[in-house]
Design a protein around this ligand. Sequence first.
Ligand code: C2E
Ligand code: MG
Ligand code: MG
Ligand code: MG
Length: 298
Amino acid sequence: HADIAMYHAKDSGRDNCQFYSVSLTERAIQRMERQARLRVALERDEFSLVYQPQVDAASGRISSVEALIRWTHPVLGTIPPLEFIPLAEENGAILAIGGWVLRTACADAVRWQRDGKCVRLAVNLSPLQLKDPDLLPIVRDALASSGLAPELLELEITEGALMEDTAATTLALDALRNLGLRIALDDFGTEYSSLAYLSRMPLNSLKIDRSFVSDLPHCAKNLEIVRAILAMSHSLGLSVTAEGVETVEQMTALLDRGCDAFQGYYFSRPVAASDIPALLDRSWSLHEAPPDDSRCAC
Ligand code: C2E
Ligand code: MG
Ligand code: MG
Ligand code: MG
């Protein structure tokens, strides 16, 4: 339809506002379609979870695995979470979806335990879930029905969620911490959060956003930012995970500066639940990584 409208607009010699309005309408229709499909995706069993390891810097072993949602629609194919999570947040479907993620991930983690493999589980939480008055019972129920120990569950929240409605957020986080859970601040550095909030919130760890990692070790500015984040986090008693580690050079630059854990394609891409037990047997000899030239330059 957009093409036809553009053709008419040119043909009639009028300005092409018409084209833009139609294509915006198209996009709005696509969004509405996707939103409608999202609402039924859960009952149609179109979601699945993959898991990505986080590797401990001290031991070179997997300390935790993060659950990441996937949506495969029979006609639209695979839709990435960065495209559908915002839609699910708009129409509120994220609450039901988020509950499903929690229950499914906890059940998978307990299955790994029965295989003799004990590992911490990290689950992403939408800001909307954090504001949901039912969050605490939902989390408690996911733990109780799976049998997962609360100490093995870490919830990842974003800076945006931290900043919104601070009093209620602190209460919600405190309640979760009282259950025995851990709280991580995800994608750190991409949004605004003040030092005051960081020190006041009951956090256990912080994840440095991939954007600061991707051009290490060559970007002097990002090396300094990483150094500052590590110093700040450690003085607040937070442990630090670096996201999006794709090369040994990136890992070494982060390791040298005291980063506590790593996550990224260098170690493993997100994998199916059934692939996790084999990965848990692996370890990486991080300190034996070959030295690279850029380190001497510092
Ligand atoms: P995130 O929580 O920061 O997750 C990390 C994302 O980075 C994942 O993308 C992961 O596949 C990707 N990644 C990991 N290592 C590398 C790497 O070395 N290089 C590159 N280029 N990318 C890497 P994914 O799975 O597409 O998820 C994107 C975002 O969607 C997540 O970012 C998270 O914010 C959101 N998300 C995913 N699953 C859930 C969920 O169950 N609930 C909620 N609320 N959000 C979710
Ligand atoms: Mg995350
Ligand atoms: Mg992240
Ligand atoms: Mg991220």
